[in-house]
Write a protein that binds this ligand. Structure first.
Ligand SMILES: *Cc1c(COP(=O)(O)O)cnc(C)c1O
Length: 377
């Protein structure tokens, strides 16, 4: 079929996932915790080169646990990236705190370190420092972590990294998510690897990892009658899903290679079109290119982003606008925003192209031809 649906980033299983799931069934560890889960945590920590990991039911749950560990509570403020998915801000509100949104820079599309430093210094003079900073690494691209880490260290603000979209990327040779107090990843259906749903917290801090695991299992004290002194959640990843994750981890490097190759083919096929600008890759970053993103400047292109998405949809191809900034969301429009114009522009002009690693060269060629045709009208 010439016209089969092409998705933005469909799940792509390797050859080992089912073997591990069979192991889980054979051992009858269908219950949440079990040997697959422990292996997945150990293997994941080794993969991103950090000491400890805790597998949970989603990336959003991971951030909820981390913000609580950072002591975030009612009346507190948490600085977040405005250009992101809503999952990197909602848990701030679960805890009764308020997000303050920081604009992106043009070189990484992620949090602008200069804006952040300026705002924190200003707050320090007024004695109104945020309790935490949630730093997102969007579309597989690391933010400029060093200056952000430096200012957080200076004022003892907890730095939490939202690396949900950035597994397999590198910042100065190391995995994003491993620089702050803790970081987290997501295994939601369209992420670079998936367990159908799930998340992972990583940290060098053993105490942190033990505490979040404790909260994630209803804060159950070690006693046979289920003693409770703290409020907890049902946030642990299932042993069966961890088995899928173990298989997926074994194909991660290959997926990154493929994602970068998909990006290069789009760039080679489209970069000469007037008004087209691909998401840059700064010197400090090796992006996983989870999704190939670009902007279309309608003044130079003579066509806008929405028309291109529409043309692709007519051909049964799923492309999407880039994330709508949080400060433009009805949910968060009353929150404070520092800057905002860069993220607004990236949203107005940005498009994410189908980047599934299961997509073949022919499919991608078809997408490129359809996009090029938009410029000939
Ligand atoms: C997917 C995602 C999350 C949330 O992860 P879930 O596993 O879907 O809860 C958080 N932040 C970003 C940037 C994401 O893309």
């Amino acid at each position: 079929m010439e016209n089969k649906r092409i998705f933005l980033s469909a799940p792509h299983m390797g050859s080992k996932e089912l073997d591990f799931v069979h192991e889980a069934f054979a051992s009858n560890y269908i219950a949440p915790v079990g040997p697959q889960l422990e292996s997945f945590e150990r293997e994941f920590a080794a993969k991103v080169n950090t000491k400890y990991a805790a597998a949970v039911s989603s990336g959003t749950a991971a951030l909820h646990l981390l913000l609580r560990y950072a002591g975030v509570g009612p009346e507190d403020e948490v600085f977040c990236s405005t250009f992101t998915f809503v999952g990197s801000a909602n848990p701030v509100v679960y805890l009764g705190a308020r997000p303050v949104f920081i604009d992106s820079d043009e070189q990484s599309w992620n949090m602008n370190p200069e804006l952040l430093v300026g705002e924190i210094e200003k707050r320090a003079r007024k004695n109104r420092l945020p309790k935490a900073v949630v730093l997102v690494h969007l579309y597989g691209q690391p933010a400029d972590i060093d200056p952000i880490k430096k200012i957080c260290n200076k004022y003892e603000i907890a730095l939490l990294e939202d690396a949900a979209e950035a597994l397999g990327a590198q910042y100065k040779g190391k995995s994003p998510g491993t620089f702050g107090m803790a970081g987290f990843f997501s295994f939601n259906g369209n992420k670079i690897i998936t367990t159908s749903g799930g998340g992972m917290i990583v940290s060098e801090d053993k105490q942190l990892i033990e505490k979040v695991k404790f909260w994630a299992t209803q804060a159950k004290e070690p006693s046979p009658h289920y003693e409770h002194t703290e409020i907890g959640y049902n946030y642990r990843l299932s042993n069966v899903l961890a088995a899928i994750g173990r298989g997926q981890l074994r194909v991660l490097d290959d997926r990154v290679k493929k994602k970068r190759c998909i990006f290069r083919r789009y760039r080679d096929g489209l970069e000469d079109l007037p008004g087209v600008h691909f998401m840059p890759e700064p010197d400090f970053a090796r992006s996983s290119r989870w999704l190939t993103c670009l902007t279309i400047d309608p003044d130079d292109a003579g066509i806008d982003r929405d028309r291109v998405i529409g043309r692709l949809e007519e051909n049964n191809i799923e492309a999407r606008p880039t994330w709508k900034p949080m400060h433009l969301q009805p949910l968060y429009q009353r929150c404070e925003v520092i800057g905002g114009h860069v993220a607004e522009q990236l949203f107005r002009q940005g498009i994410c192209l189908p980047s599934g690693t299961g997509m073949n060269r022919k499919d991608q060629g078809r997408i490129i031809r359809i996009i090029r045709k938009c410029w000939e009208l």
